[in-house]
Design a protein around this ligand. Structure first.
Ligand code: KG4
Ligand code: ZN
Length: 359
């Protein structure tokens, strides 16, 4: 049983949480979206500075809301990969400093492992094996979750991530940033009027890849459709365009996740990442899964997009198994989730050993 203070600063949320195993004691999320919105996307340097400004307050607030002091904390965790290097550095440096100061183990956490664990916050009994559909701004992956830290990637996007496709389509529709929630809202008021291509990945031997996806062709198809509609000087049926795009993405993701779960004999699909908040994906996946007797889990909306509770949940599981990270651990802008165990050393290497090693 571990209580972890966790920090997440990989992109544009400064988040701090206290998690007792799979129970959230506090979760502070300070979103930078209003700051980045004026630039139409995340500006890395601005993100790092914003993290610096809000991190200390976030830590104090998380402890206060959890009604705990440092003696109750068993470990201090921070996202260390993948993400914006400058942004990650703010979180990991804060976590290492606190670990040294309070003589606690430090854990570096892989952001995508956090998104997988977000499901455990609402479903504490969830245990591997299961299939994870990770759909965020940077990733679209089908991951076979075999054990804590043991993952196999079965499917990926060949170009844009699902969230990236939502953001790019929103930009071309001049809807603002981030695009996912805005398109989702509009799509719920529109109907699927336009046929758009799903974006299949061809195999050299013929046929299509069952688990990989591709969204860049879909984005171009939306652009062509909008140009055509504008040429015909019709008022742009923006809600119907949004609904057609969203349904196509939801259908493509659902088809691949169901095929993968059935092929590998996995009866639970746990979805994670910002696009897990999408209403179209939720309804498509629930209805397809029920036809195949599969269980589908989505985290609560507040834990779909970036947060520190999911990082704390993953860290607590590692800490319970005696995994800690050396204080020499750095950040990685790119690191596959299959390489998570590189971040840890095993039992017997507590913070004292870590400090001695460093010295
Ligand atoms: O997981 P996340 O917060 O950050 C990354 O790790 O990337 O995901 C952010 C992404 C953005 O692309 C955003 O547009 C998308 O998730 N997103 C959504 C929705 N809410 C957030 N996409 C579709 N529908 C939503 N409701
Ligand atoms: Zn994320």
């Amino acid at each position: 049983m571990s209580t972890v203070l966790a920090i997440e600063t990989s992109c544009d949320e400064t988040a701090v949480a206290v998690v007792k195993n799979r129970q959230v004691c506090s979760s502070i999320i300070n979103s930078q979206i209003p700051v980045h919105r004026q630039y139409g996307g995340v500006v890395p340097e601005v993100a790092s500075r914003q993290h610096l400004e809000s991190i200390n307050q976030g830590i104090a607030e998380a402890l206060k809301q959890a009604q705990l002091d440092w003696t109750a904390i068993d470990g201090i965790a921070a996202t260390c990969a993948p993400g914006l290097v400058g942004a990650l550095l703010v979180g990991i440096t804060a976590a290492k400093t606190l670990a040294l100061l309070h003589q606690k183990p430090f854990l570096g956490v892989h952001h995508l492992e956090g998104h997988i664990y977000a499901n455990c916050l609402s479903e504490p009994s969830l245990e591997p094996p299961f299939l994870s559909l990770l759909v965020s701004g940077g990733h679209t992956s089908l991951i076979y979750v075999k054990d804590c830290g043991v993952y196999e990637t079965l499917g990926e996007t060949r170009d844009d991530a699902a969230g990236e496709a939502f953001d790019k389509v929103a930009r071309l529709l001049k809807l603002g940033y981030p695009g996912g929630p805005i398109i989702d809202q509009l799509a719920q008021e529109g109907t699927q009027t336009f046929d758009l291509p799903e974006g299949k990945v061809s195999l050299p031997q013929g046929g299509y890849h069952r688990y990989d996806s591709s969204f860049s062709g879909l984005k171009t198809a939306v652009l062509r459709l909008v140009q055509q509609l504008e040429r015909d000087s019709q008022p742009l049926p923006i809600k119907d365009v949004a609904a057609s795009f969203q349904n196509t993405v939801a259908r493509a993701l659902t088809k691949r996740a169901i095929a993968c779960a059935l092929d590998y004999g996995l009866n639970t699909i746990a979805v994670g990442g910002g696009v897990a908040a999408n209403s179209g994906l939720r309804s498509h996946l629930f209805s397809a899964a029920s036809q195949h007797n599969l269980k589908v889990l989505f985290p609560p909306l507040k834990f779909c997009t970036d947060n520190a509770a999911m990082i704390g949940c993953a860290a607590a599981d590692h800490l319970n198994r005696g995994h800690t990270s050396p204080l020499t651990l750095g950040v990685h802008s790119r690191l596959s989730v299959t390489e998570v165990m590189q971040l840890y050393q095993h039992q017997g290497s507590g913070v004292r050993d870590q400090m001695n090693k460093k010295i």
